[in-house]
Design a protein around this ligand. Structure first.
Ligand SMILES: Cc1cc2nc3c(=O)[nH]c(=O)nc-3n(C[C@H](O)[C@H](O)[C@H](O)COP(=O)(O)O)c2cc1C
Length: 186
């Protein structure tokens, strides 16, 4: 049987991004069950409906839409910018949601993990993303919720998760998400 695939969408372009480090750890934890691909949408021109209406979508949009459509599941790992998701992630959501009849996110089992150096675990971004995901018909795993605060403390220099409690929480999250995806794909 073909191995199922998960797109891990990272909402940060920062070189030393905490989210990227957490996404890499989640990718390792999911590797037994799935093939995973990390992507950011950082190369996507800002969404402008004229390009779709004119039949001239930028090639980056088309490539991204095709990639998203091919995944069996999508897992978001996002920071919080001003109590919401960063523009790069919102743009990626918008690009792959259009044209509406070909919403590439639709029906996919989703996971949402939010990461912050502060204590709140990017709660605002996580919940704004849940709202968009509902509109996009992404079947987001209801629980466990993935709030990971204190990233500057639980990630070591090399990007490894050094705190036992967080390492265990990530493991539990990945196992639950793997089971959630299997409910849709097996
Ligand atoms: C424009 C901007 C807005 C931010 N707003 C928030 C915020 O609302 N809540 C928060 O916890 N951190 C906020 N931060 C701090 C981010 O959590 C921090 O930059 C974090 O490192 C971003 O994630 P990354 O390491 O994956 O890039 C903000 C940072 C930027 C650049």
């Amino acid at each position: 049987m073909d191995r199922k695939t998960i797109g891990i969408i990272v909402g940060s372009l920062r070189r030393e991004s905490y989210c990227r480090k957490v996404a890499l750890r989640l990718s390792e934890l999911l590797a037994d069950a799935f093939d995973t691909t990390l992507l950011t949408g950082g190369d996507l021109p800002l969404y402008n409906q004229d390009s779709d209406d004119d039949g001239t979508p930028p090639p980056q949009w088309t490539a991204f839409r095709d990639k998203v459509a091919a995944f069996d599941g999508v897992l978001f790992v996002t920071p919080e910018y001003n109590r919401s998701v960063p523009a790069v992630l919102k743009n990626a959501l918008d690009v792959a949601s259009r044209p509406p009849a070909r919403n590439a996110w639709s029906g996919k089992p989703g996971g949402i993990v939010s990461v912050s150096p502060g204590r709140l675990g990017a709660f605002g971004a996580n919940n704004h993303l849940r709202q968009s995901a509902a509109c996009l018909n992404i079947a987001v795993m209801p629980t466990p919720e993935g709030y990971f605060g204190g990233a500057s403390d639980f990630l070591g220099e090399s990007g490894a998760v050094t705190d036992e409690h967080t390492a265990a929480s990530l493991k539990r999250y990945a196992a639950a998400y793997a089971a959630w995806v299997k409910r849709f794909t097996d």
